[in-house]
Every structure is written in structure tokens, then in C-alpha cells.
Design a binder for this molecule. Structure first.
Ligand SMILES: Cc1ncc(COP(=O)(O)O)c(C=O)c1O
Length: 283
């Protein structure tokens, strides 16, 4: 396992950063997780676009351009020399006074963690995972917009804590109106009568890069895909449920709140999309 950490352009084996960084004090940061194929970053341009959009949404000026990130990633990936890597890019507000005001922070810190990839066990894809519809509500768009990928993930952490207590492997959240949103680190899809449904962006979700690609793949392969608003109860009527994300890829859900979804095994639509997505990544 080789881990390398790039801190503002310098590569380290280990890194300690200041407790006065507002990223640590207030979750005042933005981030992206990127996977690799043949140790090259996958969909990097989309991730960097989202990183800059997230930074702009919290008025955080990143003092470099996308080209700089690409160069830093190349050198850090080469230094790590893994077969495949997990990449986490973090931009924090930087060091400032110990109060909430970001105007005392004059220089953002940029951290790129490259470590050997750790994938979900094959059994998750073969059997599907158990999820729970939790009572914690997804942040509202006019509070902390879930479409801004900040380092403040406490909403998702609390949902995960609740799903752990319920014996599930992940949580699905509804918003304050009771409409389905997403998982703790993934987007949600469900299938009914062969059609694919997924909560729309205005439900308050992250516009996932995998979600976008899976929607496109589904349409190209003749599926009807509907983005919309559905109450949480709708999920118990689904024939299939699956989650999408950079690390999860297309992850089947076998049980919801302890009850089997459909046959209790990954269904045909999910299996087809798993294969199509895998093929797109690896050819
Ligand atoms: C809350 C949330 N939703 C969805 C996703 C999936 O996004 P992506 O497919 O871009 O990885 C993530 C990924 O981290 C996430 O944290």
C-alpha cells in the first residue's frame, strides 16, 4: 500500500496540518473523490469542474487552475506508483483566527491524497447491500445545498450512524418534504416495471458524476429514465434499487429496511447497468 500526500504542490509520505485550518475547525472546505483506471484519473475534468463549482458556491477562491491540478495529480500518482489509486482532492479555507469568519483565512490549503484503491467486496455486487430509510433528513437546498460538495458531511455521517444502528450497510435520506434524495455518499435509483427512476436535482442531491453517466447509458440502451420527486414510501414498491458513486460504481440493493427488494437479489436492469458501466470504464 503506497500513500502519497501532496500539500500545496509538495509530495509527502505523511502530513500533519494545522488545527487552525478552518477546514478542520468548521468543515469549511470542498473536496472530490476520483478513482483511476490503469492508474490514470477517471472523469477528471468533470471532477475538477465540480470542485471549482463547489468552491465558487462557498466563495472560496482556488489559487490555481485545472491544469495545475492535473500536473500535481500526475506527479503524485507516479510517486505512489500503485496499480490503481483512490484520489481525494481537498481544498480548505486555510489557517485563520479561531472564529467562524473566513475573511481571516488568506491562503487555501490544497491537499491531494493518493492511496491504493480499496474496493467494496465482490459479495456486495453479487448479493446486493442492505439499506435503511433513515429518519435524519437530507440538508435542505437553501441551508447547505447538497449539490455543493463541501467537507461538512455531518448530515451524511448522522444518517450513516442511524443505518449502522439499524444493521444496514447504508442509509437513504428523504428531504424535509419527505421526498427521496440520496444515500450518504451515493445517488439513488429504483426500477419499476422495467423503467428507471431517480430523484431530480431539485430534491436536494449531489449531481453525481456516476449518476449522470448511468442516466446517459440507460437512455442509450433503450430504458426510460424519469427524474422526479417521490415520497420515501415509493421505494418499498420498487422491483429493484441501486446506488451509484465513484467508488461504489453501480451497487445493487438487496434489502430495504430488512425486507427484500423484488427477489432480494440484484435484478436484471441493475445487472445490465453494472455491466454497461464496467464496460465503459474498462472496455
Ligand atoms: C452525497 C453524495 N451523493 C452522491 C455521490 C456520488 O457522486 P459521484 O458519482 O460523483 O461520486 C457522492 C459521492 O461522494 C456523495 O457524497
Amino acid at each position: 500500500m503506497t500513500t502519497k500526500i501532496n500539500f500545496n504542490g509538495q509530495i509527502h509520505d505523511e502530513l500533519n496540518i494545522s488545527v487552525l485550518d478552518h477546514g478542520f475547525l468548521f468543515g469549511d472546505s470542498v473536496y472530490e473523490v476520483v478513482c483511476t483506471i490503469k492508474n490514470q484519473p477517471c472523469f477528471l475534468d468533470k471532477h475538477l469542474c465540480r470542485l471549482f463549482a463547489s468552491a465558487s458556491a462557498i466563495s472560496l477562491d482556488i489559487p490555481h487552475d485545472k491544469q495545475w491540478f492535473q500536473e500535481q495529480l500526475n506527479t503524485t500518482l507516479s510517486a505512489a506508483g500503485n496499480l490503481e489509486s483512490y484520489i481525494r482532492i481537498i481544498v480548505t479555507r486555510g489557517i485563520g483566527e479561531v472564529n467562524i469568519d473566513p475573511s481571516t483565512c488568506h491562503r487555501p490549503n490544497i491537499i491531494i491524497i493518493v492511496m491504493e484503491t480499496s474496493e467494496y467486496p465482490e459479495s456486495c455486487y453479487e448479493k446486493g447491500i442492505h439499506v435503511a430509510l433513515v429518519s435524519i433528513k437530507r440538508n435542505s437546498r437553501d441551508a447547505l445545498n447538497p449539490n455543493v460538495k463541501t467537507g461538512n458531511y455531518l448530515n451524511n455521517v448522522l444518517a450513516k450512524v442511524e443505518s449502522n444502528k439499524l444493521g444496514a450497510q447504508d442509509a437513504i435520506m428523504v428531504n424535509s418534504l419527505g421526498h427521496l434524495t440520496e444515500g450518504t455518499t451515493s445517488n439513488l435509483f429504483f426500477v419499476r416495471d422495467g423503467h428507471i427512476f431517480t430523484p431530480s436535482l431539485d430534491c436536494g442531491i449531489l449531481s453525481g458524476i456516476t449518476r449522470e453517466i448511468v442516466i446517459q447509458l440507460s437512455k442509450e440502451n433503450g430504458f426510460r429514465v424519469e427524474e422526479g420527486k417521490w415520497p420515501g414510501e415509493e421505494l418499498s414498491e420498487a422491483d429493484e434499487i441501486f446506488l451509484t458513486g465513484t467508488i461504489k460504481k453501480v451497487m445493487p440493493v438487496s434489502h430495504l429496511d430488512g425486507r427484500p427488494v423484488g427477489s432480494g437479489k440484484p435484478g436484471p436492469v441493475t445487472l445490465k447497468l453494472m455491466r454497461l458501466y464496467e464496460f465503459l470504464l474498462k472496455g
